[in-house]
Design a protein around this ligand. Structure first.
Ligand code: SF4
Ligand code: SF4
Length: 351
């Protein structure tokens, strides 16, 4: 029988030889007192430990995505990396299961608890990779609440294997080494206004406090990151969404706005690629249109600024009748919409 140290070393090697840039281990003790999505027992009875890892995204594709030069390449890389994260988590779990150690591979994304007041649309994950990653030193919480890593910034996707094995926990990263200087470029790049400017949220895990900017209603991100709309307040740049539905000011207006925008946008031509998301059913696909808060957060402050400039000078996205997306100057985008017939136009903005 292998010792906790040997099992931990094995898991780390299993994941790093397949491309994980950082691996951390949390346990029921180091997660004690954390939010509901840190309850390892939710996915595996008798769970004692979790191995969480980060897989880096392709930085060149991110630059072209932020600059509105290439949507498809980053989207494909993002979805594929997520699937690799799920595959690695399941692979490690399967290895241990076959050696008599009950384990469970957590999906990288898009799995939501059914047993919440509104079920899936509450978007409460079975297990939060983010909390486990902060707790086990895979990365820090940035101001945005995204996990930021020493080498790749926030441009990583996370995966987790939960196991009944007793593993050696790893420490959270030292706060003094965290590169986030609260530049707030993540907040400036978010057209949905998800992040509070000053107020913080704090979670306690294993007696340690972890803080990040308070998030307003998550339906803000659903409306914008869901691809339904995404014009900046000054109208000079947008996300990759061709939608121009108004982005409300108050949290309580977001759910009705989301329902309305979902219905109105349904007849838009299909964008190539994408992902079937459980909350959208089997007839519509999710396409990445934002992720700005994550993708511009590079460890180097000058690079963050450069990416933010690329974004705000990238223009406004319109959609052509064949479904393709193009970034154009704001005036051209306005003309493009005003020349549409009323039915087609109603899929992008309210008359
Ligand atoms: S963009 Fe700036 S404020 Fe936001 S998480 Fe990154 S470093 Fe922190
Ligand atoms: S993904 Fe986009 S809409 Fe969602 S929080 Fe980040 S910047 Fe805001």
């Amino acid at each position: 029988m292998q010792s906790p140290r040997e099992l931990t070393d094995f898991a780390t090697e299993y994941l790093t030889i397949q491309g994980a840039s950082t691996v951390g281990v949390s346990t029921t003790e180091t997660l004690a007192g954390g939010p509901p999505s840190t309850d390892l027992g939710y996915v595996l009875k008798g769970a004692r430990s979790a191995v969480t890892f980060a897989l880096p995204l392709d930085q060149d594709k991110i630059i072209k995505y932020l600059a509105k030069e290439d949507h498809a390449a980053h989207q494909a890389d993002n979805f594929r990396t997520g699937n690799v994260a799920t595959g690695l988590a399941v692979g490690l779990a399967s290895f241990w299961n076959q050696h008599g150690i009950p384990s469970y591979g957590v999906c990288s994304n898009t799995v939501y608890r059914p047993d919440t007041p509104r079920g899936m649309v509450d978007f409460l994950p079975d297990i939060s990779h983010r909390y486990l990653a902060a707790c086990s030193g895979v990365g820090w919480f940035g101001f945005s609440g995204n996990i930021i890593t020493e080498k790749h910034g926030a441009a990583v996707l996370l995966g987790t294997t939960v196991t009944t094995a007793e593993l050696e926990p790893t420490e959270p990263l030292p706060e003094d080494d965290k590169y986030c200087d609260e530049c707030q470029l993540c907040r400036a790049s978010c057209t949905s206004g998800l992040f509070d400017k000053g107020e913080k949220s704090t979670v306690t895990m294993g007696g340690k406090d972890f803080s990040y900017s308070k998030r307003k209603s998550y339906h803000r991100c659903d409306l914008v990151c869901g691809g339904f709309t995404g014009l900046s307040k000054n109208g000079k740049w947008s996300t990759w969404s061709p939608g121009r539905f108004e982005i409300p000011e108050n949290d309580e207006e977001f759910m009705p706005a989301l329902i309305e925008a979902m219905k109105a946008s349904a007849p838009r031509p299909k964008i190539s690629g994408g992902l079937f998301h459980p909350a959208m059913g089997s007839t519509r696909k999710l396409n990445l249109t934002c992720g700005n808060c994550q993708l511009l957060c590079h460890p180097d402050r000058d690079e963050r600024k450069r990416r933010y400039k690329l974004l705000i000078n990238s223009g406004v996205v319109v959609q052509h009748e064949d479904g393709s997306l193009e970034a154009v100057p704001p005036k051209t985008a306005r003309k493009h919409l005003s020349e549409m017939g009323p039915e087609r136009r109603a899929t992008y903005e309210k008359g």
